[in-house]
Ligand binder design. Sequence first.
Ligand code: SF4
Length: 484
Amino acid sequence: MPRPSPLDVYALLDKSNCGECGVETCMAYAADLLERKLRLEDCTHLMQDPKQKKKYNKLKEMLMPPQRPVRIGVGEKEVIIGGEEVLMRHQLTYYNQTAFFLQLADNQEDLVEAIKYLDDLTIERIGDILKIQGIALRCVSKDGEVFKNAAKKAAENTDLPIMLCCMEPEFLIGAATEIKDKKPALYAATKDTWEQLGTFAVQNNLPIVLSTPTSDLDELMSLSATLQKLGSNEIILDPGTFFGQGGISVTYDNIAQLRIAGINNENKNAGWPIMGVPAAYWTQIVDVKEEDLWKAKYQEVIMGAIMVSEAASLLVLNTGQKKEDIWALLALMTLRQSIYSDPRIYPSVEEGIYEVGEPNENSPIFVTSNYRLTKIPVELDIKAANLDAYLLVSDSEGIGIESSVAGGQFNAESIAETVKKFNIFDKVNHRILIIPGMAARLSGTLEDEADCVVLVGPRDSSGIGDYMNKMWTPEEYMKEYADR
Ligand code: SF4
């Protein structure tokens, strides 16, 4: 089905332009709805006027991506997986990044501490805060009571979404009943347990994972069709994760086949989020010697990386649950960050004044572009040089210095406008701007446009510390400015 246009959506709205959805017009709402910045539920008219029910249903169907989205958890940390419209990111964009769920055992002694560590875990990278999305609580004890109590403990100690993992349906239902208000995902229903678990999932409106331990995709599709008939509308597919000889190719191939069937061929049984379990390494490859533990962790992380690059919707990981294994998450989150950046948007930041350290009226003003991968390294280099400074970010349409100077997006007039717009010189007792070395040719015009002294800084911001030691003599420059 071709992607609907804003006009297709607009045709089904009541066109009152009431603004109750948070944007001024129904047309703006239609565009934001398609970009998933707003939800159908945000239009009060669609939701509250019974006469609009038919239109609501039509819109819902029209907007449903071929790979349907599934929500796990509740509240701010709820995670949405799947919901993709395209096979390749460059065809449009990916909307929901691979969710990382860290596996914990129901009988581990430090369960609460481990949960709290994962709950707090954040990594900042080029301006993004990277986090894990959930906990996969595994029934290692093989005891229903222990599993149920561990589920309660998990729910009490974190708002992260929880996946309950147990192949014994009674234990799984017992634990899920305790924490169903947290909307946990159930792992997993097989050909032997689908009816009991599927009925429970439908009655309680919970997402359910369908699993085929033998990697039989026909069996998985048949389970999916059956669960949908039962009334389930939140299904996750686990085609299996296999290590050892030939395992990686089977695993990769299964994910690829399901994505093609679901997204490209719009096969309704395959059109659900797909998960992988790199943590399965630790159950499939037994007898890992103490001195080979690091190799085992590598194997798991390599599998995780393969799955992220194949745009799997959710991974269950074991390595990374402890502080000393932070490298594993750092690698996988970095890869994920690259793959899930929106190819339609230059990575940019807001123009304006950014304070580095504790600047005062004597502090220097550095000027840079709003390309995120320029602004953030410059900021870090100023910090690394132990400087308290103002960083004035001018809108270059998200393009880096060299290209935007050449293309005209970073120019003397626009920088001078930013200077005026944010009154940067009101913050200091000088009128000096330090521009990047690569923008040297703008200096003369900028001095006239912004009525200031322009210093040409280093070509590479890593040289800012040395540059300032040698060049920062504001009194001299201001004397020259006064004598002009
Ligand atoms: S709430 Fe609905 S009717 Fe009102 S402006 Fe938004 S989309 Fe239009």
